[in-house]
Design a protein around this ligand. Structure first.
Ligand code: HEM
Length: 135
């Protein structure tokens, strides 16, 4: 979700004029929040191109600790009253699915890294070089 989120970002139209850190943003301007970009910044997530799930479980004193990132750097479901209403369902499904798979299989990947391409949504391209072995 950090490296290959479903959508690269989201957008809002300003309902009034804003001054953000000295940037004047007029009323009725489209503002894009590119969370895929911010979640791949080294200043938020060290070694950003590496898949290191332990970021989310290590202690606070570990340099990889996810809490060192800005709270909005990783925001795959958007934010606020128009954020994703399906978030809890999606997270529950993902966690239940991944938990069942890792409980039952030893998973490996061979060959090249998975590639993604961007359209309105992000997609991944096969081949999906997984091997699943019963544990
Ligand atoms: C991994 C799965 C999903 C991701 C990453 C995702 C991501 C998003 C994002 C980024 C938005 C826009 C939020 C914003 O503009 O602030 C959104 C909106 C929305 N999502 Fe999801 N979504 C997921 C799954 C689902 C599911 C399973 C449902 C329905 C059961 C759902 C229903 C909706 C709806 C209805 C909106 C529009 C909310 C509104 O405009 O008020 N999403 N989603």
């Amino acid at each position: 979700m950090r490296m290959m989120p479903v959508v690269a970002g989201n957008m809002r139209e300003t309902s009034k004029e804003y001054n953000l850190l000295g940037y004047k943003i007029p009323k009725q301007t489209y503002v894009t929040f590119a969370h895929q970009y911010t979640s791949m910044m080294d200043s938020h997530y060290p070694r950003p191109r590496e898949y290191i799930p332990e970021r989310w479980t290590v202690d606070k004193d570990d340099p990889l600790y996810h809490g060192n990132a800005h709270p909005f750097a990783f925001s795959p479901f958007g934010f606020g009253t128009r954020s994703c209403v399906g978030r809890r369902i999606a997270e529950l499904e993902l966690e239940a699915f991944v938990a069942r798979v890792v409980q039952n299989f030893h998973i490996e990947w061979f060959g090249k890294q998975l590639k993604q391409y961007q359209s309105a949504l992000n997609y991944v391209k096969g081949p999906f070089n997984f091997t699943f072995k019963d544990v």
